[in-house]
Design a protein around this ligand. Structure first.
Ligand code: DUC
Ligand code: ZN
Ligand code: ZN
Length: 476
């Protein structure tokens, strides 16, 4: 009889803390041993020359999310997790979104129905709280947090999603009481509405003007306000999809004062700029997301904040809408004002290869920081650590083997999502995930799918754990 189901031999293991060469023994989906000469196994995988990292955790993506305006997301749990797996990700955390007037429990139940039996990799849920009624705050949220839904997102913009400051304070107080993590979409709704009105009045309705309406000042103000509200309640908060230096300065300022403020950024803020919204015809709609991509100086600021530890999390914010689709980007036709274009871009499969190539290979961040940003910190912050997000005895055998020398070119035709474009078409990358295992099972090999739908399990999340930024700001 074999000692292990699988042994991965001779790989360079990289965690958020260390790198060393060792063999990994896997038994019943978990890491059972780390060392040398481990014994025998039903399957031996030779990882000589490869880097072995924890499977990616994409802690911010949208799959099959019901939307109020008639738009339909291109990816569900089947195509979304298929795409994630092929890009080296082994856990996704999309959003069970409450519609105003709906019970939060009903939103979560509905989301379970949407995910059941479809996922290729493991998944948990964040919730989106849009209607914090007394029942939601006193009964539903405490019960749901206890049951393993320990994080939720709130919005400061979008008429059908946003909370006012008083509602935000109530939600933050609840999070403090129950030990939940609050993610904030920080943009000032009134600034955006005001600027949109001005732009529309002078006929500036093309996709490029989305970038002007969603001003950096609107993002900075809301980021500062979210931090202040969290400080008032004395609760940790995570600012999602940060686009540039204005919001980064607010987060850095808060961290330097010892506040428990976390930051997340995404590939679009490293790889795209406002000029990508300014394309022939309606093509710029493909890159409409909120906050929007900024300028090259903003990209540099985002890189620097990744390197210096202002950001703890790097997510895709995959929000999939097809371009050639009356329920996608062209919901209101090709002449529609930017304000009617569904917000979001795809990125589940390209998230890790982009950060690996542009970050690690180009030596902007080191490989341990890559692991922290893409797996370990999200696992800690969202209560999945140490089951997920690391390579340690007892952890799930969620592993991605990287060929750090392989060169690829991003082609939408080769991606596994159901979106009809990628904003990164033609991008040349170095480094590629060549084998991805979720709980010891191979889910992708050489960029191709190798798993089965329904293998992915729902994960109950525990209470958030601290993920310290470099510099060890006090209070974390
Ligand atoms: N916020 C997100 O988190 N995703 C897509 C669009 C948005 O506004
Ligand atoms: Zn958002
Ligand atoms: Zn999002």
């Amino acid at each position: 009889m074999s000692d292990f189901d699988t042994i991965i031999k001779n790989g360079l293991i990289i965690t958020a803390a260390d790198r060393y060469v060792a063999d990994i023994g896997i038994k019943e989906g978990r890491i059972a041993a780390l060392g040398q000469a481990l014994g025998n196994a039903a399957e031996i995988i030779d990882a000589d020359g490869l880097w072995v990292m924890p499977g990616g955790i994409d802690a911010h993506c949208h799959l099959d999310q019901p939307l109020g305006d008639g738009a339909v997301m291109a990816d569900d749990f089947h195509s979304g997790t298929r795409s994630a797996a092929c890009g080296g990700t082994t856990t996704v955390i999309p959003f069970a979104a409450q519609q105003k007037g709906q019970s939060l429990r009903a939103a979560v139940d509905d989301y379970h129905r949407r995910s059941e039996g479809k996922a290729f990799i493991d998944y948990a849920f964040h919730m989106i709280v849009t209607d914090p009624t007394e029942t939601v705050l006193k009964e539903e949220l405490p019960a749901l947090i206890e049951e393993g839904y320990s994080s939720f997102k709130i919005y400061m913009t979008y008429d059908d999603l946003k909370l006012n400051d008083r509602e935000i304070l109530k939600v933050l107080a609840l999070a403090r009481r129950e030990g939940a993590m609050v993610m904030v979409h920080a943009e000032n709704a009134d600034c955006i509405a005001y600027l949109t009105e001005l732009l529309e009045a002078c006929g500036k309705t093309a996709p490029v003007y989305h970038g002007e309406a969603h001003s950096t000042i609107a993002e900075r103000e809301a980021t500062h306000r979210a931090i202040s509200l969290a400080e008032l309640i004395d609760v940790p908060v995570l600012i999602v999809h940060v686009s540039g230096p204005e919001a980064i300065e607010q987060i850095r300022w808060a961290q330097s004062r010892g506040l428990r403020v976390y930051g997340e950024t995404c590939p679009q803020y490293l790889m795209l700029t406002a000029t990508d919204l300014d394309q022939e015809g309606f093509e710029g709609a493909k890159c409409v997301c909120s906050p929007p991509p900024r300028d090259e100086a903003a990209q540099q600021a985002v890189w620097q904040a990744l390197e210096s530890g202002v950001f703890q999390v790097f997510s895709s914010d995959h929000a999939p809408f097809r371009y050639e689709d009356p329920k996608g980007k062209k919901l209101h036709g090709e002449t529609a004002c930017f304000k009617h274009i569904p917000n979001g871009i795809p990125g589940l499969e390209t998230r890790l290869p982009i950060l690996f190539s542009e970050g690690v290979i180009k030596e902007r961040i080191d490989a341990t920081r890559f692991v922290a940003l893409t797996a370990t910190n999200p696992a800690k912050i969202y209560g999945l650590y140490p089951r997920k997000g690391t390579i340690a005895i007892g952890s799930d055998a969620d592993l991605t083997l990287w060929d750090s020398r392989a060169r690829t070119t991003v082609r939408n035709a080769e991606l596994h999502h159901d979106v009809d474009y990628t904003p990164y078409e033609g991008l040349e990358l170095t480094g590629r995930p060549v084998l991805t295992l979720c709980r010891g099972q191979v889910v992708s090999r050489d960029g191709r799918l190798a798993g089965e739908p329904g293998f992915g399990q729902f994960l109950e999340c525990g209470k958030p754990q601290p993920a310290r930024p470099r510099g060890e700001a006090k209070g974390f």
